[in-house]
Design a protein around this ligand. Structure first.
Ligand SMILES: [Zn+2]
Length: 539
C-alpha cells in the first residue's frame, strides 16, 4: 500500500515538474561554461553537483559512500569530509561548500541561473629561471609573449586575486618587472617584463606548477658587451636538465632509485598496464625526451624514459620487466622508488595455493539486470568464470580452493577465513560491477586493499592480461579506499595478497553482452590465469 502511495507521489511530481525545490542550473568552471549531464541542481543556497562530474572539474578526490574526502586535510578530522546526498537519484556534492573548503570562491547569478567557481591565487614566487605559481583549485593557464616592450603574459583562467594581496616577487634574472591584475571577472593576468624574448606559448591545467622562463628561447644580446646588464643576462645559468636516475640493487634484493625534487614538491605517481609501467611526474627541465634500455634482468626494469610535460614537469616512466611491488617515498628534496619481488611471487605456479572466490551466491544475487522475462544475475556469471579459472589452474598443477562451487549463500568473513586457514598464497575474488546509471560506465576494474603494494602488483599482472582479450576498457588497478573508507571486507581480512576483479558492468549493454557469453567467460578466465602465472614466474 505504501509503495503504491509513493508511486502516485512520484507520478504527481513528474506531472507538475519536480516538487523537490530543486532547479537545473549551469556551472562556469575555469572561466568556461560546462555542459553537464545530469545537470547540477540549485536549491536556493547550494549547488548540488553529481559526483560523476568531479573528474571533469580536475578534482581528484576520493569519493566514499557518504562523503568526499579532501586530501589536504588529515583524514582523522571531520572537516576532511564533505557529505554527499542523493539528489534526483544522483549522488551529489554541495559544490559551494566544497569550493569554499578548498579555498576557492563562488558567485551565483540568479538571472542566468549560473554558479561561477574560481580559484584564488595563493602564491607567486620567482626563483629565476623558474616562476612558481600556486592556486587554491586547478586553473587553466596559458603563457604567451607580447612585444614592445617585450613581456611574457601568463593568464590564469577561473581565478581571482586573493582578498589580502600577496607579495609580488622582486625582479631577477632577465625579468625587470612583475605586475599582476584581475584582467576580467574570471581571469588573473601576470605580466613579466623582460630583457629577452620568451616567445614559446605554453599552457596547462594545474593548481601548483612552475613556468621555466629562460630556456624557452636563448637570451639575445642587444646591449653593448661591456654593460652590466648584458653581463648578468649572459651569465644567467640554464637550469640543470633532468637526468635519468641510476638503478641500484641492494643487499635485500630490492632495486632502488632516487630522484632530486624541489623542496615541497608532491610528485604524481601512476601505475599503467600493457606494458606494465610506473609513471612519476616531477618538476624539472628537459628540452627533449630521453630513453635508456636496461639489459640487466636483475634490475627489474626493461627501459627508462623521461618525457617533458606541460607546466615545467618531467615524466619519468619505468617500464617493468615483470609485476613488481613498487613503493614511491617522497622526501624533502629527493624521491626514492623501491622495486621488489611481490610477496608470494617467485617459484612456479604449480607450487602455489590459490583461493578463487566467486562473489555473492544463494540468496545474494549481487548485481542484477532484468530484460523482459529473463533476469541476469552477477552470482551466476562469476561462478561460471571462477569454475573455468579453477579448472585451468588445476591443469597448471596449482592447488585451487573455490569458496563456493555451487549457488549457495556464503558470508564475506567465511570466504577469507577459508583462505587464511588454508595458508593460501593468493586470494582472488570475482565480481561484476554495477552503478546507478545504466550504460554510463564500462570496463574492468581491479581493487586491492589500502596501499598494499604486493596486492597492487598482483592486480596489475592480471589486468595486463585481461585488457588484451576482453575488448573492454581498463579502469585501472585501484585502492579499495576509493570505494569505502575502510576498503572492502574480503580484501581487508585476507592475510595474503588479495584482489577483487570487477570484470565488467552488468548494467552496460556492451559489457553485459560479453559477460553472459560463455566464450567471453572462458577467455577472461584464461587471461586471469596467464596474469597469475606471469606474476609468479615473471617473464
Ligand atoms: Zn559483486
Amino acid at each position: 500500500m505504501r509503495v503504491i502511495g509513493l508511486i502516485v507521489l512520484l507520478g504527481l511530481a513528474w506531472l507538475w515538474g519536480w516538487a523537490d525545490g530543486l532547479r537545473e542550473a549551469k556551472l562556469v568552471w575555469r572561466g568556461a561554461p560546462l555542459e553537464l549531464s545530469p545537470p547540477p541542481l540549485w536549491d536556493g543556497r547550494e549547488l548540488w553537483l553529481p559526483v560523476v562530474h568531479l573528474e571533469r572539474l580536475g578534482l581528484t578526490l576520493e569519493v566514499h559512500a557518504h562523503a568526499v574526502r579532501l586530501p589536504h586535510i588529515p583524514a582523522d578530522q571531520p572537516s576532511a569530509y564533505v557529505p554527499v546526498e542523493a539528489k534526483r537519484e544522483h549522488l551529489s556534492i554541495p559544490l559551494r561548500d566544497l569550493v569554499r573548503r578548498l579555498g576557492g570562491y563562488t558567485r551565483w547569478d540568479e538571472a542566468t541561473q549560473t554558479l561561477s567557481a574560481s580559484a584564488r591565487l595563493h602564491e607567486l614566487r620567482l626563483e629565476f629561471p623558474l616562476l612558481h605559481l600556486k592556486t587554491s583549485l586547478p586553473v587553466a593557464w596559458r603563457a604567451f609573449a607580447l612585444e614592445n616592450p617585450t613581456r611574457l603574459v601568463i593568464d590564469l583562467l577561473g581565478c581571482v586575486l586573493p582578498e589580502v594581496p600577496i607579495p609580488l616577487p622582486e625582479p631577477s634574472g632577465t625579468i625587470s618587472a612583475v605586475r599582476i591584475g584581475q584582467y576580467d571577472p574570471h581571469t588573473v593576468r601576470i605580466v613579466l617584463e623582460t630583457h629577452a624574448p620568451h616567445a614559446t606559448p605554453d599552457s596547462g591545467v594545474h593548481n601548483e606548477w612552475q613556468v621555466a622562463l629562460a630556456p624557452l628561447t636563448p637570451v639575445v644580446e642587444t646591449t653593448p658587451a661591456n654593460s652590466p646588464e648584458s653581463a648578468s643576462a649572459a651569465s644567467t645559468p640554464l637550469p640543470e636538465p633532468f637526468r635519468l636516475p641510476t638503478l641500484r640493487r641492494n643487499a635485500q634484493g630490492a632495486v632502488q632509485l632516487t630522484l632530486p625534487i624541489p623542496e615541497g614538491a608532491r610528485p604524481r605517481v601512476q601505475f599503467l598496464e600493457n606494458p606494465l609501467r610506473v609513471a612519476i611526474d616531477v618538476p624539472g627541465y628537459l628540452p627533449e625526451a630521453i630513453e635508456q634500455l636496461v639489459d640487466d634482468p636483475s634490475l627489474f626494469v626493461r627501459a627508462m624514459r623521461a618525457v617533458p610535460q606541460d607546466g615545467g614537469l618531467v615524466r619519468l616512466v619505468l617500464e617493468l620487466a615483470r609485476s613488481l611491488s613498487v613503493q614511491v617515498l617522497p622526501g624533502t628534496t629527493s624521491l626514492t622508488v623501491n622495486l621488489r619481488l611481490p610477496r608470494n611471487a617467485g617459484g612456479k605456479l604449480s607450487q602455489k595455493v590459490i583461493v578463487i572466490d566467486p562473489g555473492h551466491g544463494g540468496t545474494q544475487a549481487g548485481a542484477r539486470w532484468r530484460e523482459g522475462n529473463t533476469v541476469i544475475e552477477e552470482k551466476t556469471i562469476v561462478l561460471a568464470i571462477s569454475k573455468h579459472i579453477a579448472e585451468l589452474l588445476a591443469r597448471e598443477g596449482a592447488t585451487v580452493i573455490l569458496t563456493r562451487a555451487e549457488d549457495k549463500t556464503l558470508g564475506l568473513y567465511e570466504r577469507t577465513a577459508l583462505a587464511n586457514s588454508a595458508g593460501a598464497h593468493f586470494f582472488i575474488s570475482i565480481h561484476c560491477d554495477s552503478n546507478p546509471r545504466p550504460n554510463s560506465a564500462s570496463g574492468t576494474t581491479i581493487y586491492y586493499h589500502r596501499d598494499d603494494a604486493d596486492s597492487r602488483a598482483l592486480g596489475q599482472a592480471i589486468l595486463n592480461e585481461i585488457v588484451k582479450v576482453s575488448g573492454l576498457p581498463s579502469r585501472g588497478v585501484r585502492s579499495d579506499t576509493t570505494l569505502y573508507q575502510n576498503g572492502l571486507a574480503v580484501l581487508r581480512t585476507s592475510q595474503m595478497p588479495a584482489v577483487l576483479i570487477e570484470v565488467g558492468f552488468i548494467n552496460h549493454a556492451k559489457d553485459r553482452a560479453k559477460l553472459v557469453d560463455p566464450a567471453f567467460q572462458k577467455r577472461v578466465a584464461e587471461a586471469i590465469v596467464r596474469g597469475l602465472k606471469a606474476h609468479v614466474e615473471g617473464r
